[in-house]
Each structure stands twice: as structure tokens, then as C-alpha cells.
Design a protein around this ligand. Structure first.
Ligand code: CO
Length: 141
């Protein structure tokens, strides 16, 4: 079973401007320094909330998967939700056994928190792109 909500992913054309909204309008007090994930084609900036985080993601490079998203929603919008799991391989195998599709090769990759993640196809979750994130860096297997 999935664990706690880790973060909400929000696509935006500009992570700095978007962070300002979450701080100025909603009173978030901590926005982390932005960083680039070149392989994933995203620039990332986390904003802390009392019980979770917002992950602001901006396209990085011409092959960014966010370019198509922002073509449909130029102002940005909610992109994915991320839940914690103890063991990413067990979570993946469980999802597959239940008929859900894992995006990409299905092999976990290192996410923005430096731990392994997978993404479950939105068509298997009522249109919601779901990221599952192992909380520890070491493989549980
Ligand atoms: Co995420």
C-alpha cells in the first residue's frame, strides 16, 4: 500500500515565479534552491509545506517532456502526485500484478529527492499521473 503524500508536482514555465506565488499568496515560508535534472529534462524547485512539498518543474532543453504539457496548458498546472513507498521494486511488481502500466522501461530511476521512483500511467489512475517514491536511497532488495 502507498504511504504518505510526499509532494504534488506542478508544471510551470518558470519555477522562480511559481515559487513566489506559493510563498506570497499562500504563505509558504521555505522555497529551496532550484536545480536541473538534465536527463529528465526538468528544472526543479521544491517549496515546503507543513505536511508535504510542492515540486515545481520547468522544461529544461528541447526534449523536455514538459514542453507538450505546457503547449496544452501554457500557464502551467498540476502534473503529478507523489506517494512514498518502502520498496520501489515491490511497489512496481505489485502495480504490474494488478494490471497497471509503469511509464518508460519500468526500471526505477533516481528522482528529485535522490531516491528511486517510478511513474504509473495516468490512464490507470483516473487521469492522475502518480509517482511512487522509495523513501530510502538503499534498495530494500
Ligand atoms: Co515528483
Amino acid at each position: 500500500m502507498i504511504g504518505r503524500l510526499n509532494h504534488i508536482g506542478i508544471a510551470t514555465p518558470d519555477v522562480e515565479k511559481a515559487a513566489k506565488v506559493w510563498c506570497d499568496l499562500y504563505g509558504a515560508t521555505k522555497a529551496h534552491k532550484a536545480f536541473d535534472m538534465v536527463e529528465q529534462g526538468v528544472r526543479v524547485k521544491f517549496v515546503d509545506l507543513p505536511n508535504s512539498q510542492i515540486e515545481l518543474i520547468e522544461p529544461l532543453g528541447q526534449k523536455s517532456p514538459l514542453i507538450a504539457f505546457l503547449a496544452k496548458s501554457p500557464a502551467g498546472g498540476q502534473h503529478h502526485v507523489c506517494f512514498e513507498v518502502e520498496d520501489i521494486f515491490a511497489a512496481r511488481d505489485d502495480m504490474r500484478a494488478k494490471g497497471a502500466r509503469i511509464l518508460g522501461t519500468g526500471e526505477p530511476r533516481i528522482g528529485a529527492h535522490g531516491t528511486p521512483v517510478i511513474f504509473v500511467h495516468p490512464k490507470d489512475s483516473g487521469g492522475v499521473l502518480v509517482e511512487l517514491m522509495q523513501t530510502s536511497k538503499e534498495s530494500a532488495q
